[in-house]
Design a protein around this ligand. Structure first.
Ligand code: ATP
Ligand code: MG
Length: 344
């Protein structure tokens, strides 16, 4: 069942088209991640859904109810939608407990008990309930903002980069905890992030945004393995894009003849491989030969540029680090799985 339906949303700020015709269907109980570079319109979209701003055109339907259509607009506080904004936005003069209880319609004792439970849910010590926001770290403030949004038991939660102030380890753990809380409560979630790994790990549905539009919407596997164009491919992770002559589901490429994921196409095209499909071994062997033109050590992986034998093409990718490899070494490149074809 569709809980949220966005249709042809447009929003201009002066000459800037922050949103240029955005449509999205969000299933009840699902998790959608919106990814895209800075300035592409992610926050603008969430603000329209929350009701903080009005679109120039388009409609928003939520749970079968029209929230926005033309000049008609349901005010933010009557939408039943929770939002944790990019900057947290806690009330500075209120304690953590008062921030969480703000807007909750309940008696004081009930508010206090649920504030304590919400602190457990978001992984914060109950002892912090009496502190003011400026006595918390940025990451702790973000989690209080999340607890405050959860307190109102929204059917839809909008999260705008809620984990950005956390360091890598805590970020993964908090993301898991928050995902569990939202799933257990059956809350449909829209997460905005510009961290592609976070989006792929979090979501059932990923919407890749570029310059006020969705370039692609699909499952994490679809958008990662079958991106619509090279720019979308590159945004979601490392991509090796090569020219190829394609016919009958096979591509003649600088990495040899490879199977492609489009049996019908015939002609010249670009194909894409992800680095995990490529193996690089020292010396000769089965595969295409190349020479290491550059290599730089980054810990578990090394960033290499390999000049492919008999061509003027080189590929750049991260490979597992090995003592023995150095610039000038001959290597053999093997490919597994199918290459993805970008139709011209
Ligand atoms: N109130 C405003 N007035 C004028 N321009 C605005 C306003 N809000 C946003 N914009 C512009 O609209 C575009 C989209 O902004 P938005 O905040 O939605 O981007 P974003 O994708 O959330 O970026 P980030 O990842 O940096 O948070 C940007 O070019 C921004 O400068
Ligand atoms: Mg933003």
């Amino acid at each position: 069942m569709t809980l949220l339906q966005l249709t042809s949303l447009r929003k201009h700020y002066g000459a800037v088209a922050a949103l240029d015709g955005v449509g999205l269907s969000v299933a009840a109980g699902s998790r959608t991640a919106i990814v895209g570079p800075s300035g592409c319109g992610k926050t603008t979209l969430l603000r329209l859904v929350a009701g903080f701003d009005q679109p120039d055109a388009g409609s928003i339907v939520f749970g079968g109810r029209v929230l926005v259509d033309g000049a008609f607009q349901v005010p933010a506080h009557k939408r039943g939608i929770g939002i944790v904004s990019q900057d947290g936005c806690l009330f500075p003069h209120l304690t953590v407990a008062q921030n969480i209880g703000f807007g909750m319609e309940a008696e004081r004792a009930v508010k206090e008990a649920s504030a304590a439970e919400l602190m457990d849910m978001v992984g914060l010590d109950r002892a912090m309930l009496s502190r003011k926001p400026d006595q918390l770290s940025g990451g702790q403030q973000q989690r209080v903002a999340l607890a405050r949004a959860l307190a109102r038991k929204p059917r839809l939660m909008l999260l705008d980069e809620p984990f950005s102030a956390l360091d890598t380890g805590l970020r993964a753990a908090t993301r898991k905890a928050v995902t569990d809380v939202l799933t257990a409560a059956g809350i449909t979630t829209l997460l905005v992030t510009h961290d592609q790994a976070e989006a792929l790990a979090f979501a059932d549905q990923v919407a890749v945004m570029r310059a006020g539009r969705f370039a692609q919407v699909g499952s994490p596997r679809e958008v990662y393995s079958r991106p619509v164009d090279p720019a979308t491919a590159a945004f979601l992770g490392e991509a090796i894009v090569l020219p190829a002559a394609v016919a009958g589901g096979r591509a003649e490429s600088p990495l040899g003849v490879l199977p492609v994921d489009d049996a019908a196409y015939r002609g010249s095209a670009e194909i894409m491989l992800r680095p995990e499909q490529i193996s690089v071994t020292g010396g000769g062997g089965n595969g295409v030969s190349g020479t290491i033109a550059e290599i730089s050590f980054c810990g578990p992986t090394s960033d290499v540029r390999i000049a492919l034998g008999g061509t003027d093409i080189s590929i750049r990718l991260d490979i597992p680090s090995r003592e023995a490899l150095a610039a000038g070494d001959q290597v053999t490149i093997g490919v597994s799985g199918k290459a993805h074809l970008f139709r011209q």
